[in-house]
Design a binder for this molecule. Structure first.
Ligand code: GLY
Ligand code: MN
Ligand code: MN
Length: 379
């Protein structure tokens, strides 16, 4: 398993520190584990980062101390990391650190600290002589994550190649008489054999009418001649997530299946074709949505066209319709962003089609990270 090199981590730290400067914060407490991983290469399940302009403390417990000490000697060592070993509870250790060394304005990740933990920290810090102010912040590390660095791009390209290989291989697993659960298990096995650490989410195999449920769980339904089957799977490779969907036919596809499939494929291709630096994420969504509407399938497409990929399988940017209540400004995609394009059509009682690939925005336009064939396959 590889990790981001130290200089990549150092660049990430500089970006976050610049944001602290802009917000006049003395420190940022990072409690989101994907954000902790992004800043330190830590892949364990418990750890908190406290970052100031000159220090990076990593609060963790006995279980991870030996691994962290070992990591210090590697080319992927986290620059400047000082280990703070938990004594008592995590939050008591954090409160002692904040009260003694983190300055007076301490940011926390409002989306990643529970109300009860926040209340406890507030009350505990108020009783200290330094009594630092806790300031809610939004998306500081997530904004840094949205454009991938060279290490991340190399990892995502390799992950995309491996997932595309899995997509070709699983055609052998789909046939009449097998249950959805059997096929899902075969896909998970191929992800494992293909070098993925684990599936990025619960694999979806949705056959016949079940295909009308975008996030169907694979069940005991047996695949039958004439079914369309939605196969949606992803893998985590060296901590990075990739995600791909193909819809295949068992036996000969009927006329309706062919026409819905052709419309979704056209929406997929048109959305990819408009990806370039400076393009609004809403316009990319519109390219898919308007294509489907043109085929009278607008109402059958009820989710966003795509989502960012990185250390989480769903992250920014969201390639979706503008929501008037929260999307107050336009947002353009930029070089280095990686996201899915995954239009679908879902017709209750009949079934569905989704086609999903992963793309990278480049200075020239777009690069496909997944490249399994997209024409309708009849198995
Ligand atoms: N099944 C998760 C996704 O495609 O986003
Ligand atoms: Mn997917
Ligand atoms: Mn997806």
């Amino acid at each position: 398993m590889s990790h981001a090199p130290s200089d990549a981590l150092a660049a990430r730290h500089r970006t976050v520190r610049a944001a602290l400067g802009h917000q006049a914060l003395d420190a940022l407490v990072v409690t989101s584990l994907p954000n902790v991983l992004y800043l330190t290469n830590f892949t364990g399940s418990s750890g908190i980062v406290v970052m100031t302009s000159g220090s990076l403390w990593f609060v963790t417990d006995f279980r991870y101390v030996a691994a962290m000490r070992e990591a210090e000697a590697k080319p992927s060592a986290c620059p400047g990391l000082e280990l703070v070993i938990v004594e008592g509870s995590y939050d008591a250790t954090l409160a002692r650190l904040l009260a003694s060394r983190a300055g007076t304005r301490v940011g926390f990740e409002a989306a990643h600290l529970s109300v009860s933990r926040h209340a406890w920290l507030l009350a505990t810090l108020a009783r200290t002589s330094a009594s630092p102010e806790l300031v809610g912040t939004e998306g500081i590390v997530e904004r840094a994550r949205v454009r991938k660095d060279e290490y991340e791009l190399a990892t995502l390209r390799e992950a995309g190649r491996r997932l595309s290989r899995v997509a070709r291989e699983i055609l052998k697993d789909v046939r009449a008489g097998r249950t959805e659960r059997d096929v899902a298990q075969a896909i998970d096995q191929r992800l494992h054999t293909g070098g993925f650490d684990r599936p990025a989410f619960d694999t979806i195999v949705a056959s016949g009418p079940n295909g009308a449920l975008p996030h169907a769980r694979p069940g005991e339904r047996t695949l039958a001649e004439g079914d369309l089957v939605v196969l949606d799977f992803g893998g985590v490779y060296d901590s990075y997530c990739v995600d791909l969907t193909r819809t295949v036919a068992v036996g000969r596809a009927g006329d309706r299946a062919r026409s819905v499939y052709a419309a979704v494929l056209e929406a997929h291709d048109r959305a990819i074709a408009v990806v370039e630096p400076g393009r609004s994420r809403f316009d990319i969504d519109a390219a898919a949505r308007e294509t489907l509407s043109g085929h009278h399938l607008g109402d059958a497409f009820g989710h966003g066209t795509g989502h960012g990929l990185g250390v989480e399988v769903h992250e920014d940017p969201r390639i979706a319709q503008r929501r008037p209540d929260v999307d107050t400004r336009d947002e353009q995609v930029e070089t280095g962003m990686v996201f899915t394009i995954e239009p679908g059509a879902y017709l209750p009682g009949w079934g569905g089609v989704r086609i999903e690939d992963d793309v990278l925005v480049t200075s020239n336009g777009v690069e496909l990270l997944t490249d399994a064939p997209t024409e309708l396959v009849e198995l």
